[in-house]
Design a protein around this ligand. Structure first.
Ligand code: NAD
Length: 268
């Protein structure tokens, strides 16, 4: 997969954990890669453009989208953030990105949703791309808003969108729940690339998860993407079984039952 598919690809949240990987890993897919964040970014490499922008500032977002034809939208705050920050960054910020994308004539957006958009499903319930959101916290609610925002911009304006319900994208799984939800960095890169190079993606909901045998999620309905994860949390199961002992923080009964785990205990 080495085609220069896009004229200018924008990556928001590019100073973050995932964005700083994807910045270089997606570089060959566009003539120019524009990287953006609220935080300072390292200087532009060859073929890159660096734009510092606050997602809740529409004028700044409009300038960030100028000349862009594809977007990987990662910029967001995390589950523990207070409501006012979630509102500004994840809800108003995502609206600004989609609306400015429409104005700029963007063709395709890869939206970083989250499994916290489906956090209230029981672990015994397998889910596929048709599963409606059941957010487990305000952050998950903001991601559900993003999925609906994407749906509207696809239906009304024809922008193609892949909503990635990302599991737990870390170096390695570190607790029992992650044996189901883990997504390796390499598989995350592959997933983003597939979403960006596929001839057509329409509106797709895709689970960002490695080939974990304990996964609750199926990508059968989006198999046209050709996403074939290469890593699996299974390799870490033994280590995690040994690590879980009396010292581990106990889970509430609800957290232990739900896909969103301890994050479903966040109030409200
Ligand atoms: N890492 C995971 O396991 C995981 C799981 C589910 C979903 N996601 C989603 O994937 C995306 C990337 O996650 P990450 O782990 O790299 O997160 P991260 O916190 O490391 O990066 C997010 C970036 O967004 C930027 N940002 C936050 N608010 C902003 C604002 N108002 N304006 C501009 N930039 C702002 C931050 O500065 C940060 O660099 C996020 O949307 C996250 O919700 C990640």
């Amino acid at each position: 997969m080495t085609t220069t598919r896009w004229r200018r690809l924008l990556i928001t949240g590019a100073a973050g954990r995932l964005g700083s990987h994807l910045r270089s890993d997606l570089r060959d897919l566009a003539q120019h890669v524009r990287v953006s964040d609220l935080r300072g970014l390292s200087p532009a490499a060859d073929g890159e453009e660096v734009v510092q922008a606050e997602l809740s500032d529409m004028a700044a977002v409009q300038a960030m989208l100028e000349g862009v034809d594809a977007v990987v939208h990662l910029g967001a705050v995390m589950p523990q953030a207070p409501w006012e920050t979630v509102l500004q960054a994840n809800i108003i910020g995502s609206f600004n990105v989609f609306e400015a994308a429409r104005q700029a004539g963007v063709k395709r957006i890869v939206f970083a949703s989250s499994h916290h958009a489906i956090g209230m499903y029981d672990r015994s319930q397998p889910l596929d791309s048709d599963a409606p959101p059941r957010p487990g916290n305000l952050y998950g609610l903001s991601k559900a808003f993003g999925e609906n925002l994407a749906r509207m911009y696809h239906d009304k304006h024809g922008i193609e969108v892949a909503c990635l319900r990302i599991g737990s994208c870390f170096e390695r799984p570190t607790d029992e729940r992650m044996l189901s939800t883990w997504l390796s960095h390499a598989d995350m890169v592959q997933l983003c690339r597939r979403c960006l190079v596929a001839p057509a993606i329409g509106y797709s909901v895709v689970y960002g998860v490695s080939a974990n045998s304990r996964s609750w999620w199926s990508n059968d309905k989006v198999d046209f993407l050709g996403f074939a994860p290469q890593d699996s949390a299974d390799a870490y199961a033994q280590d995690i079984a040994h690590a879980i002992g009396p010292a581990s923080a106990p889970l509430s009964a609800r957290a232990a039952r739900l896909q969103g785990g301890r994050y479903t205990d966040l109030i409200p």
